[in-house]
Design a protein around this ligand. Structure first.
Ligand code: 3HC
Length: 325
């Protein structure tokens, strides 16, 4: 269905229609699922929203790893709620993608056979409890930096999903910072764990914003269509500027000898992540890629009976309704 939709639309992309579409975007109008849209706009949204949805779901794995080992009952309940929130975010996003004519099953199959990606960050392991703090503080912090502007994105269902997601992400960021604060004010060993977590998650968090603008394939068109509101480098800079003072407050050291505040441009100079490592991770060769994908494949295969059962139930209800009409 998706392939047919893309193919049938390609023929009717005449310049006048494209110009009228761009005019709507420039005027700040929202594009809704039944509106005409260029096939590339639809394709880009499916790629970005689908990748985002997969990230929310895969992101449950590294944190879920610590639910049974959280240090107190309160921390366990908070982490459990956070991981459940991520499942909800995945759901909102899959629903937004479905309005573009692709099913959740198709998106999942594309993830499992390697045609779609998920965020690079979730291919790193969570080795200590401090990593759960660092994920909330840095990873959810980076996600918010990227996602707050997306509340104004041009595609209506995506923008509306982002409004709900951002409210919860800001709670996630605060719970992460709270864990870090507790550990930094605790014993020497706890402070060392917090520093190690920052050391391991700093550069992977910077990678979340994507390649440098000069290497970003999609940014220019996505920004013209307001599918993205900012460039990768713009958001990365804002994240560094916001996060360094927070690290200072925790009395932690950002692992970057080149970090320097530049008064003139009101921002930090900083070292970019290792782009070779980034490319390896997004191409399937990060520390946990194989584990993450095999966990998703297992869940998909073992969950088949649930999907079959739900579909049979929906079919039965539909038949009852038809018979009653
Ligand atoms: N991880 C994996 N792949 C990445 C990536 C990352 N961090 N950054 C870029 N890429 C990929 C792109 O998908 C693209 O590959 P493709 O053509 O095969 O899809 C390629 O690298 C080139 O990058 P571009 O800059 O051209 O790609 P985009 O314009 O799509 O920009 C993005 C990348 C900034 C991540 C953008 O897609 C985006 O803003 N996405 C929405 C936000 C999102 O997906 N966030 C996930 C974060 S995790 C999360 O939210 C979970 C929460 O619980 C913490």
């Amino acid at each position: 269905m998706y392939a047919q939709m893309i193919a049938s639309q390609a023929s009717d992309e005449d310049p006048k229609r494209l110009a009228a579409f761009q005019k709507r975007i420039d005027a700040g109008e929202k594009i809704e699922p039944k509106d005409w849209m260029p096939s590339e706009y639809r394709k880009t949204l499916i790629r970005q929203i689908g990748q985002h949805a997969h990230s929310e779901i895969v992101g449950q794995l590294p944190e879920g790893n610590w639910i049974t080992r959280a240090p107190t009952l309160e921390r366990k309940a908070i982490l459990l709620a956070k991981v459940q929130d991520e499942a909800g975010h995945g759901l909102y996003l899959y629903c937004a993608a479905e309005t573009l004519g692709i099913s959740r099953d198709q998106l999942t199959e594309m993830l499992l056979d390697g045609r779609m990606k998920y965020s690079s960050i979730f291919n790193y392991p969570t080795l200590t409890w401090a990593d759960i703090g660092a994920i909330g503080w840095l990873v959810d912090g980076a996600a918010i930096m990227n996602q707050v502007p997306l509340q104004r994105t041009s595609f209506g269902p995506y923008a509306r999903a982002m409004i709900r997601i951002c409210k919860e992400e800001s709670f996630h960021q605060r719970q992460g910072f709270d864990i870090m604060m507790k550990m930094c004010n605790g014993s020497k060993e706890q402070k060392t764990m917090a520093q190690n977590a920052l050391d391991r998650f700093w550069y992977p968090s910077l990678m979340m914003f994507g390649p440098s603008d000069s290497d970003s394939i999609h940014s220019e068109q996505s920004m013209a269509w307001k599918i993205k509101m900012n460039s990768n480098d713009e958001l990365r800079q804002k994240f560094v500027d916001q996060t360094v003072p927070q690290a200072n407050l925790l009395r932690l050291t950002v692992p970057d000898p080149n970090l320097k505040w530049k008064d003139k441009r009101k921002g930090y100079d900083f070292t970019m992540p290792d782009w070779d490592e980034f490319l390896a991770v997004i191409n399937g060769n990060g520390p946990c890629n194989a584990d993450r994908l095999s966990a998703r494949k297992k869940a998909w295969t073992e969950g088949q009976w649930v999907r079959d059962g739900l579909q049979a139930h929906a079919k039965k209800n539909a038949n009852i309704m038809i018979a009653a009409e």
